[in-house]
Design a protein around this ligand. Structure first.
Ligand code: ZN
Length: 300
């Protein structure tokens, strides 16, 4: 699909052909499914269902980071169109998980490029094959290994890979002028993270990856997080990266101690509601951190 058909198709979705009063009625009875929040310059977030989406809309230049699911991406495409976007220059996946790349398919024929870390593409292909949903995937057509940078409009978009963390293919996406960094699921803000050992995750390396990020990005940087706990924001600063490091260190320390006592993974998981030293992390899924730490420490 070229840019002209993008405008035609999404005009139908967003009701652009309606007069303003009709449009108001439409939006009144069918409120927008998700929320567009502007952060800095032309960069913001879209939240609906799944990992936080980042966007840059600067006139005709549009970048989307992560895609949630097809329906959510359709809704976002309509929002982009309302704001004057006539096509998508670049779709980026922070990593391969379905709540971050499942909506890629909505950009088929619309996006000029789809970009991710090479391991993210590999993981996306492997899990689609495993789940038998290869036909609903749109895979990255471009990949990078350590660093990638390009200009989109007047903004410089830079991707960096610092090593294994939440998976083995998590990228930091830096909108340099706005100084906003989307770090995907490398940060679960005060919420128990998913640690995907099957896709190359490493808790130890994750701590180092966050350290590299703290060195690379300055104090003014605004970070976008994949997920947050109840009542916590999906954006933040260096202090949140430090707190996430502390959570991961606390998990390793706690599980190591419990392993020395001879306790099994099941026993520890059952008896643990929060990780000593990192009480702010809560919600469901503490056992995912515990089992990942058992696996990582058991293999040493
Ligand atoms: Zn994830």
């Amino acid at each position: 699909m070229n840019r002209r058909t993008f405008v035609r198709n999404s005009a139908v979705l967003s009701g652009l052909s309606l007069v303003p009063s009709q449009r108001w009625l439409l939006s009144h009875f069918f409120p927008d499914a998700g929320t567009m929040t502007l952060l800095r310059n032309n960069v913001g977030i879209y939240t609906e269902r799944g990992g936080t989406i980042g966007w840059m809309i600067e006139g005709d230049s549009v970048v989307i980071v992560d895609t949630q699911f097809p329906e959510q991406s359709q809704n976002l495409i309509a929002e982009v169109e309302k704001r004057g976007g006539k096509g998508i220059d670049l779709v980026i996946n922070t990593h391969h998980h379905g709540d971050h790349s499942g909506g890629n398919i909505a950009y088929k024929g619309i996006a000029d490029r789809v970009l991710a870390h090479s391991n993210s593409k590999k993981n996306q292909m492997a899990s689609a094959k495993e789940r038998g949903n290869e036909d609903t995937q749109l895979y990255p057509d471009s990949t990078f290994d350590t660093e990638w940078s390009d200009k989109v409009g007047t903004e410089t978009v830079t991707l960096r890979y610092f090593g294994r963390g939440h998976t083995d293919g998590d990228a930091f996406i830096h909108f340099e002028n706005a100084n906003v960094v989307h770090m995907g699921d490398l940060l679960f803000n005060r919420r128990f993270p998913y640690i995907d050992m099957g896709a190359g995750a490493s808790i130890r390396s994750w701590i180092d990856v966050l350290q590299k990020a703290r060195k690379t990005f300055d104090k003014d940087t605004l970070f976008i997080f994949g997920h947050a706990g109840e009542g916590y924001p999906v954006t933040g600063n260096h202090d949140d990266l430090k707190a996430m490091q502390n959570y991961l260190r606390s998990v390793l320390k706690y599980v190591k101690k419990e392993m020395r006592k001879g306790r099994t993974m099941e026993e520890v998981a059952k008896a643990t509601e929060s990780i000593p030293g990192a009480p702010e992390w809560s919600g469901r899924g503490v056992e995912r951190s515990i089992s990942a730490a058992f696996e990582e420490l058991g293999g040493e």
